[in-house]
Design a protein around this ligand. Structure first.
Ligand code: DLL
Length: 453
């Protein structure tokens, strides 16, 4: 790739340039926090964290005087407290807003299922920067202004709708706000408008992939890129989507608390997600001890907004588990790469004393060519033994749903033992007919916990 092939010069900043801009932007954020009359959340939190020994002016001066990268991050770790989802819930709806209400032009909410959601407010400048980051992300995945872009994600409070949309428009694509669901209509739009790029959630992509593979391939010959994110998916699932749709799939990461999508994306190398470090500081911590982990160790991703003026969030504990892969990449960008998200710390469940992530199960299931793209994991208490059972229903492709019971039993056993080798618990596998499990066009719920508490 030539160095001229970029959307923003920031993509090719050197590590030193990235550090300089992080420092400058972080101090800027601290000044917003210090000067605001509308939120005392971080003013108090930072003072409490350093036991009132330093004023915010002292904290800012310390960062200002720090010119060494390692010292800066040490200081950051020492002086800046973590923010949790609980903090955001307790301060719902707007206690982190640093400006008067009239300065905000949009809000979104995160996809929480219980209690208060978290609401994020954006000023006009915040929206412009977010659109720019999203446009940059799409460009890095290979999207260009002459592409026709179909956004198959739900619009509304979820940031996957408008967040992606504004990026595609900013880049100059003809952007179709298709929204989620209604597969027949999606396919008609794909065909009628010669769509070249789609944005889609992985669970829905796997579903659409099955429908599309029933059509003749040439009808979608224009389609070349799928931007896929918002929920975890395995490398095997990526391969399935790529093969079925004849596209290259790019893993796209973000969360409402950090604007939404546009926090990072894979480049042409498809070797991990580049986090846009000129706009976010990324760290990986041990979720139990909160210690910073070295590159390569799996832990919880912690992110800080560096450019959002209206509602900065510092050291947000995302609960997403991943590892840092490094900050060099054959594409020439130095923004650090993280591994695909393995799952959320709150997705993990324990069966018979073993910690299991849904993604470990998906990794194994998707290796069986007989299994179609849908499955559900059920946790139940066995009434006889009173122990937890791991019950997995998997859809079988029509061509393998044989009437020969022995064939099905062999397949069932093979899946059971492959899973047992991986997760050390023997699951109960139930093979079900294709299209018999519930489908979702939003974020899918793969685990249903029916255990007696
Ligand atoms: O899901 C933002 C988004 C929209 C990202 C569209 C990408 C595409 P939330 O609803 O706040 O925001 O959910 C954020 O989704 O903490 C992760 O657990 C998960 N997530 C997002 N992207 C990925 C990804 C949007 N590429 C939460 N891989 C995050 C795995 C992802 N999980």
């Amino acid at each position: 790739m030539t160095k001229k092939d970029f959307y923003s010069k920031a993509e090719f900043f050197t590590p030193d340039e990235i550090f300089d801009i992080q420092k400058q932007r972080f101090i800027n954020i601290l000044n917003i926090i210090k000067n605001t009359k509308f939120s005392n959340f971080y003013q108090q939190k930072i003072l409490q964290h350093n036991q009132n020994k330093l004023t915010l002016d002292n904290v800012i001066a310390k960062f200002n005087n720090c010119n060494d990268k390692a010292d800066f991050y040490n200081l950051f770790n020492q002086l800046i407290p973590f923010t949790t989802k609980q903090d955001l819930r307790e301060n719902y709806p707007d206690k982190l807003c640093c400006f008067d209400k009239k300065n905000y032009v949009r809000l979104h909410c995160s996809s929480g299922t219980t209690g208060n959601p978290t609401a994020i407010f954006y000023t006009k400048a915040d929206l412009d920067k977010w659109a720019d980051l999203m446009a940059r992300s799409l460009f890095v995945a290979g999207v260009r202004p002459d592409d026709v872009f179909q956004n198959m994600s739900g619009y509304g409070l979820f940031t996957g709708g408008l967040g992606i949309h504004q990026g595609a428009e900013k880049l100059g694509c003809l952007t179709i706000p298709a929204g989620a669901g209604n597969s027949k209509r999606q396919i008609k739009l794909l065909q009628d408008f010669g769509v070249t790029v789609i944005h889609i959630l992985p669970s829905y992509a796997l579903h659409i992939a099955e429908i599309i593979s029933e059509y003749k391939k040439h009808q979608f010959s224009n389609l070349r890129i799928a931007i896929v994110g918002a929920e975890p998916y395995s490398e095997e699932s990526r391969q399935r989507i790529q093969n079925a749709l004849g596209v290259k799939v790019f893993n796209n990461f973000g969360l409402s608390e950090m604007n939404g999508p546009g926090v990072g994306i894979e480049c042409q190398q498809q070797n991990g997600i580049h986090i846009w470090e000129d706009s976010f500081i990324a760290e990986i911590i041990n979720p139990q001890t909160c210690e910073i982990l070295p590159n390569g160790e799996i832990g919880e991703l912690v992110l800080t907004t560096l450019t959002r003026e209206g509602m900065p969030i510092l050291r947000y504990r995302t609960r997403d588990l991943t590892k840092i892969l490094g900050n060099d990449c054959p594409c020439g960008r130095n923004h650090l790469r993280i591994d695909r998200i393995l799952g959320r710390s709150d997705d993990m469940f324990i069966v018979r004393g073993v910690n299991i992530f849904p993604m470990q199960i998906e990794n194994i299931l998707m290796n069986f060519q007989q299994i179609s793209n849908n499955y559900v994991i059920m946790l139940q208490t066995n009434p006889q033994s009173n122990l937890d059972d791991l019950h997995i229903k998997v859809e079988i492709k029509n061509e393998f749903f044989s009437e020969d019971i022995r064939q099905l039993q062999n397949l069932q056993k093979a899946i059971e033992s492959a899973l047992h080798d991986e997760i050390l618990v023997r699951p109960i596998i139930e093979l079900v007919q294709h299209n018999s499990l519930p489908k979702s066009d939003g974020k899918v719920k793969r685990v249903i916990d029916l255990r007696q508490k």
